[in-house]
Write a protein that binds this ligand. Structure first.
Ligand SMILES: [Zn+2]
Length: 208
């Protein structure tokens, strides 16, 4: 009960300045494509004032048990919490969990790209939502070369990596996800860099 009271107080406190600002025409208005972020859930998911969840697309930030989880969450929070964002959609507007899928803008900042730039997110594409895959691949390449965030971790290089044709993930050769794939359906990469340069993302199960 107390918690509920506090959280409704918090929402009121978040809204109040906005309401006051909106009385003056110079302030940003909440329009159709504008959304108020009330809470950051992690590096790539937020809750909106409408009660909807929003998942940033084209990228993926570390899970709770992974390094840089907290850094990504904090970075996202500093950028968008309590702020009005604008959303751009790709082919699918929502995922199977009912979450909005979007490219997020805060004034001139492209938030999805910003997370990639500082190395707190990796490229992660779900076709058919591929609008910025080339742009994101380039930004990620820069973050990798500069060894920012996630890319500062030293990983042992395997003999080779594989991907199933048509997918956007690469795996360790012994990953369960590729074990039953026919050899003619498999692509091979000599190095991790080769796979990443081509816009493939590391499988979340085998973490190659
Ligand atoms: Zn795998």
């Amino acid at each position: 009960m107390l918690k509920k009271f506090i959280s409704s107080q918090r929402i009121l406190l978040t809204f109040l300045p906005l309401l006051i600002l909106n009385l003056f025409s110079c302030a940003p208005r909440i329009t159709e494509e504008s959304y108020l972020v009330i809470k950051v859930i992690d590096g790539d998911t937020v809750e909106l004032a409408s009660g909807e969840k929003l998942r940033y697309i084209g990228i993926d930030t570390p899970e709770k048990e992974d390094p840089f989880y907290q850094e990504a969450k904090d970075f996202n929070r500093q950028l968008v919490e309590g702020k009005i964002i604008k959303l751009e959609f790709d082919v699918q507007r929502k995922d199977k969990y009912g979450r909005l899928l979007g490219y997020v803008y805060l004034d001139d900042t492209f938030v999805n790209a910003e997370l990639l730039k500082v190395g707190l997110a990796v490229l992660y594409t779900y076709p058919p939502n591929v609008k910025y895959v080339d742009y994101f691949t380039e930004i990620q390449k820069d973050a990798r070369q500069e060894k920012r965030g996630i890319w500062s971790q030293v990983k042992e290089e395997l003999n080779y990596y594989v991907a199933v044709k048509g997918s956007k993930r690469f795996h360790r050769p012994d990953c369960r996800s590729v074990r039953s794939a026919k050899p003619e359906k498999l692509l091979k990469f000599k190095t991790r860099d080769q796979a990443l340069d081509k816009g493939y993302s590391a499988c979340r199960r085998c973490k190659p």
